[in-house]
Design a protein around this ligand. Structure first.
Ligand code: 4AD
Ligand code: MG
Length: 476
């Protein structure tokens, strides 16, 4: 059967056959002798214009009864090229009563209407919100980007792997684990009495696989029991993780990240007609907090993609970041948290560096050892830093965290001891890897929702995952 997208793809060689199509009414405009229906089936960013000449009062009454949101199946439509109009073609339906079938009704107070509706309001309609042009475009962008990563990694000799979600380790050591079971009860539903958690990051398992495949990646759900009810935190999110052997500098890793992300954004640019609507229907389905029109917003997205691929991304060390922040504290900006060497960067610091100071993505490298996880490779410099980086972007802050991994058995053991970690416990397999054909390796994790939101210019990652789980929300 035909989809709206397949019709758009046929524009060049349109035929005038009798066309059948199904979809939902996005808007309907009734004039005296003609009606305009905008139909959408979700396959395309732009709706399909259906023109219905009204031959008599029965036709007019029939059209008058149709409502926004209803599902229609249409047959016997004919193709009209309309090169001088906003849309390149339209379908005409001459005998509406025979050709248009209502297959899904809506209630009197169907909430999605052709008028301005804020994202805050749309988020209160979890079962309906993705019917809007704005929010469905995010899901299509997400799907497109997944495919682009897949193609890129395949071409660069990476193997896609599927690491476990149930695990006994706390990779990041931050104690933000959701517990599936403890050893208190040995019922099957509490995972047979073995202490088990939902993974916070699949990295440690990827390290095993990298030591056999050299280059591997995954896009997996990750879970964090953080009480952070912010626009950039989810309890369940997806992380794209990459692990590579035979890398021995952070410069190599950051350069790989920059090339990979730019490649994906380039693919978005080359397909922007398919990814971004000409307009978000005719209603402004944007955020009421911004007073720019939604069509300007689409232009801004395109400009951002272009700038991101053209500019060279910035790179500074953590120590330089602290110097910049200290210089600007109270002069240019007033931070709630004073920037201090040895303390993690706060969201406000990250947003300032990328958004206000550099106005571009910025890699911050070589954080103090105490700020980061146990597995990071220690620098040979005397400043007690580790070979790591975070990628910060304007408006969002950190979207990627990565590092070289400590591959020296003794150093890793010493670090774990210092942190009071149990070496012969659930991580003994991880440490022992350093004794069996070890290799210098490193990798990174990209927060997928943060990335999608950033590219779409939407600052709330709850819109980049269909059903968000947060510390504040209820679970359906
Ligand atoms: O910086 P993080 O904690 O790094 C790791 O987990 C490493 N083990 C990754 C690796 O090297 N393989 O998390 C990586 C990214 C963050 O930069 C952020 O974008 C995202 O995951 N992230 C979250 N996204 C949404 N909600 C949360 N609660 C997130 N926590 C982290
Ligand atoms: Mg991090």
């Amino acid at each position: 059967s035909l989809t709206v997208k397949s019709l758009y793809e046929r524009i060049q060689h349109a035929n005038h056959d009798s066309i059948s199509i199904a979809g939902w009414i996005k808007s309907i405009r009734l004039l005296k002798r003609i009606a305009f229906l905008d139909l959408q089936d979700g396959t395309s960013v732009n709706p399909l214009r259906i023109v219905v000449p009204l031959a008599n009062t029965d036709d007019a009454q029939f059209l008058k009864n149709l409502k926004t949101g209803q599902t229609l199946s249409i047959s016997n439509a004919t193709w009209q090229n309309t090169p001088n109009r906003k849309q390149p073609f339209e379908l005409q339906v001459k005998k509406p009563i025979e050709s248009i079938k209502l297959i899904g009704p809506v209630s009197e107070n169907y909430p999605l209407q052709k008028k301005y509706q804020s994202l805050r309001f749309l988020r209160s309609l979890p079962t309906l919100k993705y019917r809007t042009a704005y929010l469905s475009a995010i899901l299509r962008l997400r799907s497109f980007i997944e495919l682009q990563f897949m193609l890129y990694f395949q071409k660069n000799h990476f193997t896609k792997v599927s690491p476990p979600i149930l695990t006994s380790n706390d990779c990041e050591g931050a104690g933000e684990l959701f517990q599936v079971s403890t050893n208190m009860s040995s019922t099957a539903s509490s995972y047979f009495g073995k202490p088990t958690y939902l993974t916070v990051s699949t990295q440690l398992h990827l390290e095993i696989l990298a030591l056999s495949l050299s280059r591997c990646w995954t896009l997996s759900p990750c879970f964090r029991a953080e009480r952070s009810d912010t626009p950039r935190h989810l309890s369940e999110f997806w992380m794209l993780e990459v692990e590579m052997c035979f890398v021995d500098s952070i410069a190599e890793l950051t350069s790989f990240v920059e090339t990979t992300i730019k490649h994906v954004i380039n693919a978005c640019m080359n397909n922007q007609e398919e990814l971004l609507p000409k307009q978000f229907v005719s209603s402004q389905e944007g955020d009421s907090s911004s007073d720019i029109s939604i069509n300007q917003e689409i232009q801004q997205i395109k400009t951002r993609w272009k700038d991101l691929t053209n500019e060279k991304w910035q790179k500074i060390t953590y120590t330089q970041a602290i110097e910049i922040l200290n210089k600007c504290h109270n002069e240019v900006s007033h931070f709630k948290y004073e920037p201090k060497w040895g303390q993690p960067l706060q969201t406000e610091h990250e947003k300032f560096l990328a958004g206000e100071y550099f106005k571009s993505p910025v890699f911050v490298t070589d954080y103090p050892r105490v700020c980061k996880a146990f597995y990071m490779k220690q620098n040979s410099t005397p400043d007690d830093t580790v070979a790591c980086f975070d990628l910060l972007v304007p408006g969002m802050g950190e979207i990627i965290g990565g590092s070289l991994r400590e591959d020296n058995y003794d150093k890793l053991c010493r670090e774990m001891e210092e942190r009071g970690m149990n070496k012969s416990g659930e991580l003994d397999w991880y440490i022992s890897l350093r004794k069996e054909g070890s290799a210098p390796h490193g990798g990174f994790g990209l927060g997928f929702e943060r990335f999608i939101s950033y590219l779409f210019g939407n600052h709330n990652i709850r819109d980049a995952i269909p059903f968000h789980r947060t510390s504040a929300g209820s679970i359906d």
